[in-house]
Design a protein around this ligand. Sequence first.
Ligand SMILES: Nc1ncnc2c1ncn2[C@@H]1O[C@H](COP(=O)(O)OP(=O)(O)O)[C@@H](O)[C@H]1O
Ligand SMILES: [Mg+2]
Length: 192
Amino acid sequence: MDQNKEILRRDVLKIRNCIEEEERIEKSRRIFNTLIGLNEFKNSASVMCYIDFKGEVITRDIIDLCFSLNKKLCVPVISNNQNGARQIIASVLKDPESELYRGNFGIMEPKDEYIRVFEPVEIDLVIVPGVVFDEKRNRIGFGAGFYDRFLKKVRNDCFKIGLAYEFQVVKSVPADKFDIPMDLIITEKRRI
Ligand SMILES: Nc1ncnc2c1ncn2[C@@H]1O[C@H](COP(=O)(O)OP(=O)(O)O)[C@@H](O)[C@H]1O
Ligand SMILES: [Mg+2]
């Protein structure tokens, strides 16, 4: 495990785990407003979006708007591949009220009977969570490399947006050859 990444993760999570609910809601609202103004969002027919947990940028409004706009909306699910390794797959969500439950790590996921596999090459836009980002749009996640493995399967023109609070963005993070950078990062203060 990369020690430098680990230190950055720990330091940023320490801050994010303590974010006040009011601050989280306000910053998430600003990020939402920026996102929905982007052509990449407006022009996407299929969107994959994480469901926030703990202090992550809130995505509920994004998901609801995708339904209102009749976009195909997928969420990540952790599942086992043929080799028994855990990986992210994209699953089409139709009704957040009835289809989700609290699964792996306490993250909301579709129940088994509502998993509808969606091919990564069909996705136009991916909204990616993260722990630390840098100004070159590199990303550090929770340390399992789940998104690095998933994002190498999407099309070249699939747009990848990381959502983060400004305190999650640092000048530079270590990037390995398998790390997949974002096309855009949105914080409550700016676009990167
Ligand atoms: N595309 C990939 N193929 C094979 N292994 C990968 C790939 N992406 C990541 N990994 C493995 O996952 C581990 C965690 O990746 P890392 O980038 O540190 O996590 P995260 O992106 O969650 O911060 C790495 O040690 C690496 O060996
Ligand atoms: Mg990585």
